[in-house]
Write a protein that binds this ligand. Structure first.
Ligand code: A3P
Length: 290
């Protein structure tokens, strides 16, 4: 059984394999041209990575395919079972500018990213959909801790006991740091509502200017349907038994409001009451979870 236990690193539960190499992760020196995509797991990481990769390659999907990694971009802290190389190994083999993905909370991001003034994009997703997506991911990803029954999973999420810690602290701490650290903060729900607007926002943040034709192509290539069919983004290159897609596909539904299909009204009411307490002074413009 591959499922790795969680151990606390500076108070944040991380998989033990990651905790073991945490000092090397902290010492990682990025290039100033590297771009960091930071998220709580299942908030829209792969979607944001895909958009960035296409932006850097002028909307040319074939050029993206020549990138050296089997999946979209190196995952800074991951130490998967062989033969999949670790994030740090992949980074060494990849030339800047690299799109680097992390789920680390802001206080655990290697200081080099701030010192080199790298561009950092944080994508946030509403808590209940994020939880449901994480639940199905924990069922299918055989390296994640067992999710257990859904009701207990809701409580683990609320208590910050899942890998990468508390969703509430994660989003609040990145939000609080965004101005000082020049982080672009985007929302999954905004990307669903108007993907073109959000692609343009990311493009402006990167000080790029691409033609309407290229932007339209990027929007099309990064639709849920196209990404689900694209082996560079649907994780079909990740060998079994890490991802067991017979349990749940990586590109699962890609919808806003799917939580309604999984939470009972009682669970939703209990979750919302706790959410209100934890988030009421955050100032983060999440949409209401209707
Ligand atoms: P669901 O499980 O709700 O379907 P991450 O990349 O952070 O792991 O997030 C994965 C979630 O983002 C999954 O959510 C996945 O389906 C969704 N997703 C990925 N690409 C998407 C896209 N182009 N449009 C909408 N949702 C997308």
């Amino acid at each position: 059984m591959l499922r790795f236990p969680l151990v606390p690193v500076k108070g944040v539960p991380l998989m033990n394999l990651i905790a073991n190499v945490f000092d090397s992760i902290s010492a990682f020196r990025p290039d100033p041209s590297d771009i960091l995509v930071a998220t709580y797991p299942k908030a829209g990481t792969t979607w944001t990575q895909e958009i960035l990769d296409l932006l850097l390659h002028n909307g040319n999907a074939e050029a993206c395919k020549r990138a050296p990694t089997p999946v979209r971009s190196p995952f800074l802290e991951i130490v998967p079972p062989p033969p999949i190389p670790s994030g740090l190994e992949l980074l060494e083999k990849t030339d800047p500018p690299r799109i680097i993905k992390t789920h680390l909370p802001v206080q655990l991001v290697p200081a080099g990213f701030w010192e080199e003034k790298c561009k950092v994009i944080y994508c946030a997703r509403n808590a209940k959909d994020n939880l449901v997506s994480y639940y199905f991911f924990d069922l299918m990803n055989q390296t994640q801790p067992e999710p257990g029954p859904f009701d207990g999973y809701i409580h683990k999420f609320m208590q910050g006991k899942l890998a990468w810690g508390s969703w509430y602290d994660h989003v609040k701490d990145y939000w609080a740091a965004r101005e000082k650290k020049n982080i672009l903060f985007i929302f999954y729900e905004d990307m669903k509502e108007n993907p073109r607007r959000e692609v343009e926002r990311i493009m402006r943040y990167l000080n790029m200017s691409l033609s309407d034709e290229v932007i339209n192509r990027i929007v099309d290539l990064t639709s849920f349907k196209n990404m689900k069919e694209n082996p560079m983004s649907n994780y079909s290159c990740v060998p079994m038994p890490v991802f067991d897609e017979t349990i749940s596909p990586f590109m699962r539904k890609g919808e806003v409001g799917d939580w309604r299909n999984h939470f009972t009204p009682e669970q939703a009411a209990m979750f919302d009451k706790d959410y209100e307490k934890k988030m009421k002074n955050s100032g983060i413009p999440f949409r209401p979870m209707l």
